[in-house]
Design a protein around this ligand. Structure first.
Ligand SMILES: NC(=O)c1ccc[n+]([C@@H]2O[C@H](COP(=O)([O-])OP(=O)(O)OC[C@H]3O[C@@H](n4cnc5c(N)ncnc54)[C@H](OP(=O)(O)O)[C@@H]3O)[C@@H](O)[C@H]2O)c1
Length: 344
């Protein structure tokens, strides 16, 4: 276990009082800043960083307590049930891949940041037994798991391998999976009937499948028409726009919930926009940075239920969560946004 992980005090919540505009004399306590780490650096969210970030996020009208954040955070309904889902979630792949080296403390901070910011959705992916154990430990710490909407994936070939992966995930979560997805439509013929069995046995609340590249969109649409899953997960962003022409309208027609992956093309989007000024007109739809530029584009599509943003950085997570507030680009503005990206 790393030094940071052993030093529990480095991760203790550091309460900050933030005035709530428009409600004179009332203030909100938020558990959202953390003390500096043992080396005195600001690798986690320091009070100063948090306040700087908050000032930058003019689209956030005030900073709430966790309970308030959860009741006020923008949601969209899951079409099959009407259950509301917060519109920005956490993709955990990068954070989880660091667990064996860095321990679980930073991941727990990230999960608390998600909840304190009003989010609940965490997408996970079962991998090695060691990583799965650490993921389960972090999720179950401090009762976090009960407040999270946990999505997982089956990434196996063959019925026995699929079932044993699902059983392992079930033990780690310590509760019914909110959503189980067949990853990248892999071994769909075998895995999809198993997921249906699990849902019938109340071992999964929702089931679906994922893809993450444009050439797989036709296969995804075939699956959607044939099986009418509860959820799909697909790549979509201001750069990767293909889903607009088929998958997203079909999901709306069929009443299927949509999770979005690759909002930043796994980070390559940021290399592309580095050093480029954000267009001034982005302020017209309450966009305050390049991350929000892609997220606002995604969330402007009415078929999108929740966008998964992968990050290891609580400040980035807060910036991403803040995108849900304020205005969104209209059709003409979305055209201009695509045009901007063509020249970068
Ligand atoms: N086939 C599948 O099922 C599949 C495939 C791909 C992805 N996914 C899902 O989608 C999730 C999203 O993953 P992705 O590959 O699509 O990654 P992504 O969210 O497009 O990009 C992640 C990268 O963006 C950076 N980042 C995030 N927010 C930022 C911000 N506000 N400012 C600056 N940098 C920021 C992160 O770095 P920092 O850590 O420094 O913030 C990270 O390097 C995955 O975790 C997974 O759950 C599923």
């Amino acid at each position: 276990m790393g030094k940071l992980a052993q030093d529990k005090t480095a991760f203790e919540p550091h309460p900050i009082i933030v005035a709530r505009p428009g409600v004179p004399g009332r203030a909100q306590r938020v558990r959202i800043g953390w003390k500096n780490d043992a080396q005195g650096s600001n690798t986690l969210l320091s009070r100063r960083d948090f306040l700087i970030h908050a000032a930058a996020c003019a689209a956030v009208p005030f900073l709430p307590t966790r309970a308030f954040a959860r009741s006020a955070y923008p949601t969209r309904p899951i079409p099959k049930t009407g259950e509301p889902l917060p519109v920005v979630g956490l993709g955990s792949t990068k954070a989880v891949s660091q667990l064996t080296k860095r321990g679980t403390a930073e991941f727990k901070v990230l999960l608390r940041t998600l909840l304190d910011g009003g989010g609940t959705v965490v997408d996970t992916w079962s991998r090695s037994a060691a990583l799965d154990k650490l993921t389960g430990d972090a999720l179950q710490a401090e009762g976090l798991v009960k407040d999270l909407f946990l999505a997982t994936k089956v990434d196996a070939v063959g019925a026995q391998a699929g079932r044993s992966m699902l059983e392992r995930t079930r033990r780690l979560f310590g509760k019914t999976s909110d959503l189980i997805q067949v990853i990248s439509l892999r071994d769909l013929k075998t895995q999809w009937p198993i997921l249906k069995e699990w849902k019938d046995a109340d071992k999964a609340r929702y089931i679906g499948a994922t893809v993450s590249s444009d050439p797989d969109h036709n296969a995804m649409m075939h699956f959607m028409r044939g099986e009418r899953p509860d959820f799909i997960q697909v790549n979509y962003s201001v750069v990767e726009t293909d889903a607009e022409s088929g998958v997203l309208p079909l999901a709306a027609d069929l009443g299927i919930a949509v999770l979005i992956n690759r909002p930043f093309m796994n980070g390559s989007y940021f290399s592309r926009v580095r050093g480029v000024s954000l267009p001034e007109w982005a302020a017209e739809f309450d966009c305050h940075g390049w991350a929000q530029f892609s997220l606002k584009y995604i969330l402007a599509h009415p078929a999108v239920t929740c966008v998964l943003t992968e990050t290891t950085n609580p400040k980035h997570l807060l910036e991403n969560l803040a995108t849900a507030y304020g205005r969104f680009p209209d059709t003409e503005t979305k055209r201009r946004m695509r045009e901007v990206m063509q020249f970068i």
